[in-house]
Design a protein around this ligand. Structure first.
Ligand code: ADP
Ligand code: MG
Length: 594
């Protein structure tokens, strides 16, 4: 136990510690994130100072964070060569809450479970160390003071004393954590490495793990010769081996242990740079890092900076392929936005940053200040999240607009992600119009996809509606007598062969004030100028007996028989009534019920 001056924690600190412990006991691992980012902040500060006073770095010119463990002593030490803390800093920074708003924040938090969960997601600071520690010793050296030690077991008070060892750090801070008995997992090298990758891989300064290694070295020796070998083995090869051994008999290999610092964070945060300075190759190389899949490729990306309500930088990627489980995930977990605050990973399990139809995107968001921090009100956080959401959706539309200028590229995109856009048109009422412009359909025009815009531009003179027919496959649709008759009259028909299409159109109802007309419905209105009402009347009278007979005969199966001008080569067709389900829809519903 350190003997020195005793100080009591400010009441708010004790309260914050309780909240931290109670809300984060399930994810104690975040202590490492917090301590590394404090180290990084401290390094930022000294580097900034050195801009005007280069001598600030003299005591220790290397800027980095180094983590070492001692299994016997059950300790982890995290050392940074940052700005360090004077005695007064230690007392103030690690004993009070200086941040404005924190006290009020704590008031509003008191006892609210949901809010407690939320703070866990965002920055919680130094005191999170007590999630894993039963004792913490902070040794710190600032250029303006001698080296001091702060020590606490988190119970009410802490001690500060001048370090009897002297100014050993040169400059910076060393945090020695004595782990609780049930937190020894953090002594494992693989665990630490995993956490650094998860939370701190984009920290601007090198983060090292200090490892003890062994190697074999040759040592000159005068030791006696080894026992003579069994000479029954006198083959040529064996003789050669023996000769070699003799040759080296004065040397011996011994293993020695030594320490080496291994760099953990080699990935660079390209999103913080000016987009103009980032090459296509760098974007391509960053994608698999973000996706955590070395083979992953992206088809498009957008790199931007948001200002205003909330400030952040982001890169949004559209993957090359839709994930296989995209729509299973849609219902539960589709979180695909990694939120960072100043290069430090905060969360990737929030579904609030994007609507679920955009679950296929991969996005990194890095907020500049921390409006999502513990020190602000919860309401403020959710406001920021909404602002981020809105901005990302807008950028996605911009990206798709750009993409759609290259028809082939856009069609490739649509082949993969069309179902997501359709889901969006169904679910995201505020963006239906925009999404409908991005939809593509097969049509009778040619074998390619067409946009609704292009369909409309090709509409026949006098054609009022957009004609479509829904079926299981394009082949089946092409064979339909309804379609056949429209094509014979020179109309273009959209082929809807995706199960979601018909449901979607019943909601879209129109595009650029053109209604969607299902050609399988009985009230089909061609808007043909050459339809002759007189001939129609004549035909109706002429075929009245046939109609009556059919109606009587098929009474059980159909609702009505009527003479129609819509068929060309087929003599008759079954149609759905205006408000009824089409055959395709019925098949879908049956499929669902099964
Ligand atoms: P925050 O980082 O949000 O300010 P923390 O609880 O993490 O809150 O840290 C409190 C303060 O303690 C920091 O603002 C900083 O002044 C000081 N501090 C913590 N760790 C270090 C460190 N490694 N080097 C220098 N100062 C530190
Ligand atoms: Mg901090």
């Amino acid at each position: 136990v350190l003997s020195g001056e005793k100080f009591e924690f400010q009441t708010e600190v004790s309260r914050l510690m309780n909240i931290v412990i109670n809300s984060l006991y399930k994810t104690p691992e975040i202590f490492l994130r917090e301590l590394i980012s404090n180290g990084s902040d401290a390094l930022d500060k000294v580097r900034f100072q050195a801009l005007t006073d280069p001598s600030a770095l003299d005591a220790n010119p290397n800027l980095n964070v180094t983590i070492a463990v001692n299994k016997e002593k059950r300790t982890i030490t995290i050392t940074d060569s940052g700005i360090g803390m004077t005695k007064q800093d230690l007392q103030k920074n690690l004993g009070t809450i200086a941040k404005s708003g924190t006290s009020e924040f704590l008031e509003t938090m008191a006892g609210d479970k949901a809010d407690m969960d939320l703070i866990g997601k965002f920055g919680v600071g130094f005191y999170s160390v007590f999630l894993v520690a039963d004792k913490v010793r902070v040794t710190s050296k600032n250029n303006n003071d001698d080296q001091y030690i702060w020590e606490s077991t988190a119970v009410n008070d802490f001690t500060i004393a001048k370090d009897p060892a002297g100014n050993t750090l040169g400059r910076g801070t060393q945090i020695a954590i004595h782990l609780k008995e049930d937190q020894v997992q953090y002594l494992e090298d693989t665990r630490l490495q995993e956490l650094i990758t998860k939370y701190s891989e984009f920290i601007n300064f090198p983060i090292y793990i200090r490892r003890t290694k062994t190697k074999l070295v040759d040592v000159e020796t005068t030791a006696e010769k080894a026992e003579p070998k069994d000479d029954s083995d006198d083959s040529e090869e064996a003789k050669v081996e023996e000769a070699k051994e003799e040759d080296e008999s004065k040397k011996e290999k011994v293993s020695v242990t030594y320490e080496e610092d291994d760099l953990m964070n080699t990935n660079k945060p390209i999103w913080i740079r000016d987009p103009k300075s980032v090459t296509a190759k760098e974007y391509d190389e960053f994608y698999p890092v973000l996706a955590r899949d070395p083979t992953a490729k992206a088809m498009a990306y957008s790199h931007f900076k948001a200002e205003g309500d909330v400030e952040f930088k982001a890169i949004m990627y559209i993957p090359n392929e839709a994930p296989k489980d995209l729509f299973q995930r849609v219902d539960s977990k589709y979180a695909n936005v990694k939120l960072y605050v100043k290069r430090v990973f905060i969360t990737d399990d929030s579904t609030d940053f994007l609507p679920r139809w955009l679950g296929f995107l991969k996005v990194i968001v890095d907020a500049e200040d921390a409006p999502l921090n513990v020190s602000r009100e919860t309401v403020q956080s959710s406001k920021s999240i909404k602002a981020i959401n809105k901005h990302l959706v807008k950028k996605l539309f911009d990206l798709l607009k750009t993409l759609s200028k290259d028809e082939q590229k856009y069609n490739d995109f649509f082949s993969e992600f069309g179902p997501s856009l359709k889901l969006g048109a169904l679910e995201d009422r505020s963006n239906v119009k925009k999404i409908s412009r991005l939809l593509r359909y097969r049509s009778s025009h040619n074998d390619d996809f067409t946009s609704l815009e292009n369909y409309v531009s090709r509409m026949k003179k006098g054609q009022r509606d957009i004609f479509y027919f829904a079926g299981a496959t394009v082949k089946e649709i092409k064979q339909s007598p309804f379609v056949e008759s429209l094509l014979a009259r020179g109309y273009e028909v959209l082929y809807m062969n995706d199960p979601i299409d018909e449901i979607l159109l019943s909601q879209l109802t129109n595009f650029e004030n053109k209604n969607f007309q299902n050609v399988a419905k009985s009230n089909l209105n061609l808007g043909d100028e050459d339809t002759n009402a007189d001939t129609e009347k004549e035909l109706e009278t002429k075929y009245a007996p046939l109609v009556d007979w059919m109606q009587a005969t098929l009474l059980k199966d159909i609702e009505k028989v009527r003479v129609s001008n819509r068929l060309t080569t087929s003599p008759a067709a079954l149609v759905a009534n205006d408000h009824g389900m089409t055959a395709n829809m019925e098949r879908l519903m049956e499929g669902q019920a099964r």
